[in-house]
Design a protein around this ligand. Structure first.
Ligand SMILES: [Cu+2]
Length: 414
């Protein structure tokens, strides 16, 4: 009996050890950083990021990566998000693991906030310079004043090397070459240390003598004047005059050393140039759209009319950064993030070429784990059960047409 008990005790100890060690070594990799928890309808109905391209997914410190692509500002912008009249093209990374060497919308450098128009499509480019080694999930994102962060797709990018090698050189208009990584840092340290020292010296001067009880007694017994001698007053004047003198002198020498300075440059940039998208010759009517709860897919009934002069097929449906592709029509060659790419996620009941002039009603199913992983299925909790997305049609020559779809999305229950 005893031996069995011992065995059980031993085994449960081993099991406990195993559990603890496996828990210690289990490091789940977070593949999304914030966007999953945002309302699904909001992600589907604000900004559609597409044609994204990451120039590299592994770089050394000081090397650059270019993220480029387009974004469409959805015309049916939700009421609860302020219109993107003041928006900022950001990048979603955990601190400056990269620095943003440049960012452009429509070829215009955008270091400040910009005004975006609902219904317009813009192209953008962000130039990142690697700073801190590690594996980083890099998102494109748009901050909308009064709206919050609108997070685009994220892709893992690896930085190798040593952060100590990072430099951020810049040539000023006065011709100096500086390294922004540590420029003026000694000066900041020096002045903060100096003023802190002066403050401490003033305190020390008084701390040398008894501080509280004897002074309290002196004051309450009417002998407050005896606490501050004429010597003390001289020291106080020396501190006061010295402080003013030091401020004036150092201000003068700073102006001498940096005779040309400008105020901080700020202000909204208007007139962003949108992309002129070619006229589309396909019209799509969403007859109905639904999704099963629980489930990993959404279905749409689309009536597609081809008014162009070449036959087309549906290659992709994209919503909230998740791309559902029909592998017979389209294969991704941009290295789009795996967790957002459903390479075979799009099923069309009849995806044979739609001849010019023809109209066809088809059942389209967009299905992938991403629907659940990225919590688009959580639309069931949203106060506005409508979706929006982009459909991409291709003709025989591979010419692409982008069609916006937007309709209610009705849940079905088992
Ligand atoms: Cu992320």
């Amino acid at each position: 009996m005893k031996t069995i008990k011992d065995k059980i005790a031993k085994l449960s100890f081993v099991a406990l050890l195993l559990a603890v060690t496996s828990a210690m070594f289990y490091t789940p990799t977070a593949s999304a950083h914030g966007e999953k928890s945002q309302a699904a309808f909001m992600r589907m109905r604000t900004i559609h990021w597409f044609d994204l391209n990451w120039s590299k997914d592994e770089v050394a410190v000081n090397e650059t990566v270019i993220i480029s692509g387009k974004f469409h500002v959805f015309a049916g912008w939700p009421e609860t998000v302020d219109k993107p009249d003041v928006a900022f093209l950001n990048i979603g990374i955990p601190g400056p693991v990269f620095i943003r060497a440049g960012s452009w919308i429509g070829g215009q450098l955008v270091p400040r906030s910009v005004s975006l128009e609902l219904g317009s499509t813009y192209d953008f480019k962000v130039l990142l310079k690697a700073r801190r080694p590690g594996d980083w999930h890099v998102h494109t994102m748009m901050n909308v004043e009064g709206g919050g962060p609108i997070i685009g797709p994220g892709k893992w990018v690896t930085i190798t090397g040593s952060m100590g090698d990072f430099t951020n050189p810049l040539t000023t208009l006065t011709g100096d070459v500086i390294d922004l990584e540590d420029y003026a840092l000694d000066n900041v340290y020096f002045w903060h240390a100096l003023w802190m020292g002066i403050g401490l010296a003033w305190l020390l001067f008084w701390f040398k003598r008894p501080m509280f009880i004897p002074r309290h007694i002196a004051i309450t017994s009417g002998k407050a004047d005896t606490l501050i001698s004429s010597g003390d007053k001289k020291v106080a004047i020396a501190f006061a005059v010295g402080t003013m003198g030091l401020v004036m002198m150092s201000m003068g020498t700073t102006n001498e050393k940096y005779p040309i300075t400008t105020p901080l440059q700020a202000g909204l940039m208007r007139g962003m140039v949108p992309v002129e998208l070619p006229e589309t010759s396909i019209s799509v009517v969403v007859e109905d759209a639904s999704y099963r709860v629980p489930g990993r897919a959404m279905q749409m009934t689309l009536t597609i009319t081809n008014n162009g002069d070449s036959a087309v097929r549906l290659g992709e449906f994209m919503t909230a950064s998740v791309r559902f592709l029909d592998p017979d029509v389209l294969e991704d060659e941009t290295g789009y993030p795996d967790d957002l790419l459903a390479e075979e996620g799009l099923t069309v009941s009849d995806n044979s070429p739609l001849a010019p002039g023809e109209t066809r009603t088809v059942e389209v199913t967009a299905s992938d784990a991403a629907w659940e992983v990225y919590r688009l299925a959580d639309l069931i909790y949203d106060p506005d059960s409508r979706f929006a997305g982009l459909l991409f049609f291709f003709d025989e020559e591979g010419n692409r047409q982008m069609i916006m779809v937007d309709a209610p999305l009705i849940p079905t229950f088992i």
